[in-house]
Design a protein around this ligand. Structure first.
Ligand SMILES: Nc1ncnc2c1ncn2[C@@H]1O[C@H](COP(=O)(O)OP(=O)(O)OP(=O)(O)O)[C@@H](O)[C@H]1O
Ligand SMILES: [Mg+2]
Length: 241
């Protein structure tokens, strides 16, 4: 068995004196799509921020075999960990193409020498046809769902080894949710590894291999997406269904 791409051991995180995460341990294998699920305030976004080094945290996190637990956010990003935060921050005055250019980073390799997927605006436009239809549109002139797609596409322009997507389906119209799910399935086929935070069971079921369920900053359950889909009691306990 190869080592996990991301290995999180006993992650604790706090905002000032308020501890939010308690001893989270989980892993993501190369090529996997893993969902971090739980109700509002469960700690999904905090988990992503703590992994990215954006807040005070303790524990040991390794990424592609390297300990990133004490690295600064820019160092972690430079190693190929992409992050799309929940407040989709695109540049409203810049065009779609210019927003993509800002995310551009060189192609990357894993520690074992294999190449990570390489993205160009052209490749991304086939995955996100809506963006391909409006490369010159200012970011501010796009719908919420289109902006969401642009933030994901911009993160991919960094050619990440792994991406953390914080609630890609949130606040997005149902039709776009389906498109976003299809796109994530395509990204997985291209070999991308993804951790996504999600409350939407339908969306998570369409895209994820495995699931960790969070409640009050602790992992309460983990298993395959198939197991969760077939277990209504667990869904009722930890999700809003
Ligand atoms: N900046 C902050 N300062 C203090 N507490 C915070 C801060 N941000 C979040 N929290 C608290 O941390 C806990 C976890 O919040 P978090 O945003 O990680 O939840 P979440 O699972 O992402 O929820 P949602 O589905 O609503 O996005 C909540 O109790 C929240 O009130
Ligand atoms: Mg959140």
């Amino acid at each position: 068995m190869t080592a996990p791409l991301l290995n999180v051991e006993n992650l604790n995180a706090s905002y000032g004196a308020a501890q939010i995460l308690f001893d989270l341990s989980f892993e993501i294998g190369r090529g996997e799509v893993v969902a971090l699920m739980g109700r509002n305030g469960a700690g999904k976004s905090t988990t992503m921020k703590a992994i990215m080094g954006l807040m005070a945290r303790r524990g040991r996190t390794t990424f592609d075999g390297v300990d990133i637990s004490r690295m600064r956010p820019y160092e972690i990003a430079r190693r190929g960990l992409g992050f799309t935060p929940e407040d989709r921050r695109i540049f409203v005055d810049l065009t779609v193409m210019e927003n993509l250019d800002i995310g551009r980073q060189p192609p990357r390799r894993f520690a074992d020498g294999t190449a990570a997927p390489v993205w160009t605006p052209q490749r991304l436009f086939t995955l996100f046809p809506n963006l391909g239809e409006m490369p010159d549109r200012p970011g501010g002139g796009m719908s919420g769902g289109e902006q969401q797609m642009l933030t994901v596409a911009r993160t991919l322009m960094g050619n990440p080894l792994l991406v953390l997507l914080d609630e890609p389906s949130e606040g997005v119209a149902p039709l776009i949710v389906e498109q976003m799910a299809n796109t994530i399935v395509e990204l997985k086929k291209e070999g991308l590894s993804i951790l996504l935070s999600e409350q939407n069971m339908h969306f998570a079921e369409l895209v994820s291999d495995r699931v960790y369920l969070l409640e009050k900053g602790q992992i309460r359950w983990n298993g395959t997406m198939k197991e969760l889909a077939g277990n209504v009691e667990i869904q009722r306990n930890y999700l809003t269904v």
